[in-house]
Design a protein around this ligand. Structure first.
Ligand code: NAP
Length: 498
């Protein structure tokens, strides 16, 4: 049951300013005000001291309880999510499973102490010329953190998404700035977390949810002195502004932003000869998924010119033209997509049928072709267009393919479509693309990010604002931890892990 309020220090509270939901009849969402930002940040700070001192197993029980509560709300969440985002039922059910899976994964991560990376240098009192003291290093949660819900993942990257799950696991209270694209979904998930807080007797400020659009709330949250780190998934422009705010505070804090990526796919010559049509068809299928609204959407496909390039392109275009129009997440994303494909059309040749969607907020895929020299000289073609927009880059030679690789911006992923006989070229490309991406794939496509120990979802800027970290997978917990060393501590003062 939705009431359109914000969750602050354990209470659902309204505000003087409300915005009617675009997608849900008869509901308006209270827009948090600056006093409420202050209240939430103070409550999060007060919660930190208690929450961070809870044992690892107590926090694990709490995080598992959140997952159980989300399971209990299952169909209701799916129903609201469909209405707000236009995403299909199967996707939302899958995303809910991913969200509860992530929560349970982080609960199991902290059930063992490995993530604390404890290092113990025992005292060497007899060492000459100076004795060595006993030093024990562990990791502690940073403090209260802010998480921005992502427009494109109403569950897995929003209220109880990977950023929230990893921060709670690290011992950090979380304030979520909900995304206006799915305020109702966030509220339902917020209710599930509030139930878990009560059931597990955690401090009220352990999790809070503020809704609001127009930049005011987000800016105030990231600049609040009690906030110690920020997790974000969204636009490069917005993320960059928030990053700059975090770094120009009197006490600068880390900003973990996942921004833009075009996820290039290099189709190497022997793979092109052997599998042109399959690669073209599969690339199109990956591009069409979720109306292309994935951060790992493969927006650029490179191959050598010739007959096989044409076969590759024809297979992809056939599949793209056959794709049905799909609803996009928000009006502004829909507008940005159409502006983006108009921008591409100014420098590249559109090779799909050029027909646009008929229904409001819907889109159809758009494919473009350009020669590598034009691509190299046109920076606007290097930027992400969020949606099912793809560019074929036709290279004259392997050398030119390497030149394109050299000019790529930072990427979440780069894919090599290759046969064993392409190994020499792959080896030549690797030193270049290793500098450019967080994850490199051989064959396959980058959409469908596995949530696991070895996953890396981040990359050099603008893929993310800190290429040393990931927002997916168990390593994501490291973003919210800081090392802390204890020197010459008596056993009575050390925690059990040390
Ligand atoms: P967005 O405009 O960056 O907004 C994301 C969140 O950040 C919202 O909560 C927004 O708050 C806040 N925000 C943005 N700029 C801000 C600023 N200057 N000051 C304070 N808060 C700010 O992203 P979006 O709404 O999700 O989608 C817009 C575009 O982002 C898409 O068209 C796409 O290009 C990109 N996007 C990329 C990915 C990816 O994974 N690469 C994912 C999603 C979206 P308000 O609601 O208050 O504005």
């Amino acid at each position: 049951m939705l009431h359109g309020k914000n969750l602050i220090n354990g209470q659902w509270v309204g505000s003087e300013d409300t915005t009617a939901s675009v997608d849900l009849a008869n509901i308006s969402f209270a827009q948090a005000n600056l006093n409420q930002v202050e209240e939430a940040c103070q409550a999060a700070r007060a919660a930190f001291r208690t929450y961070s001192q809870k044992s690892r197993s107590e926090r694990a029980v709490f995080i598992n309880k959140i997952a159980d509560e989300i399971d209990l709300l299952g169909d209701e969440i799916t129903d609201i999510g469909i209405r707000e985002t236009g995403l299909p039922e199967v996707r939302l059910i899958g995303e809910r499973g991913r969200t509860t899976g992530q929560l349970r994964m982080f609960a199991s991560v902290i059930a063992k102490k490995d993530y604390l990376d404890i290092r113990i240098d025992e005292a060497l009192p007899e060492r000459q010329p100076l004795p060595r003291p006993d030093i024990r290093l562990t990791h502690r949660g940073l403090g209260p953190v802010v998480v921005f819900g992502a427009s494109n993942f109403p569950l897995a990257f929003s209220a109880a998404g990977g950023d929230t799950a990893s921060a709670l696991a690290a011992g950090c209270p979380v304030i979520v700035k909900g995304h206006s694209a799915h305020a109702g979904t966030a509220e339902l998930v917020g209710q599930a977390i509030a139930n878990a807080i009560q059931a597990c007797n955690m401090p009220n400020g352990t999790f809070q949810l503020l809704q609001g659009s127009g930049r005011k709330i987000g800016s105030a949250l990231v600049q609040h002195p009690e906030i110690t780190a920020v997790g974000f998934t969204g636009s490069t422009a917005g993320g960059r502004i928030l990053y700059d705010m975090c770094h120009s505070r009197p006490n600068p804090i880390p900003f973990y932003g996942e921004l833009g990526s075009v996820n290039p796919v290099f189709c190497l010559p022997h793979a092109l000869t052997k599998r042109a049509q399959t690669i073209g068809k599969d690339w199109a299928a990956s591009l069409l998924m979720g109306a292309g609204q994935f951060c790992t959407n493969p927006g650029v496909l490179l191959a050598l010119k010739g007959e096989c390039f044409t076969a590759l392109q024809d297979a992809a275009v056939k599949a793209l033209n056959a794709g049905a129009e799909q609803k996009m997440l928000t009006d502004s994303i829909h507008t940005a997509y159409h502006d983006g494909i108009s921008k591409f059309a100014r420098s590249a040749q559109e090779i799909t049928d050029g027909q646009r969607a008929q229904n409001p907020r819907h889109s159809r895929a758009a494919g473009f072709r350009v020669d590598a020299s034009t691509w190299l000289n046109t920076p606007s073609l290097h930027e992400e267009v969020f949606g099912a927009a793809g560019i074929f880059v036709e290279c004259d030679s392997e050398q030119q393919m390497m030149q394109v690789a050299q000019e790529l911006q930072g990427q979440l992923t780069i894919t090599l479509q290759m046969e064993e006989s392409d190994t020499d070229l792959a080896k030549a490309l690797l030193p270049i693309i290793e500098e450019k991406a967080g994850r490199i794939l051989c064959n396959g496509f980058p959409t469908g990010v596995e949530v696991s120990s070895a996953m890396m979802h981040g990359g050099p800027y603008p893929a993310s604002t800190d290429s040393r970290s990931t927002s997916v997978g168990t390593l994501a917990i490291a973003r919210w931890l800081r090392p802390l060393a204890f020197q010459n501590f008596p056993a009575s003062l050390l925690d059990a892990d040390l």
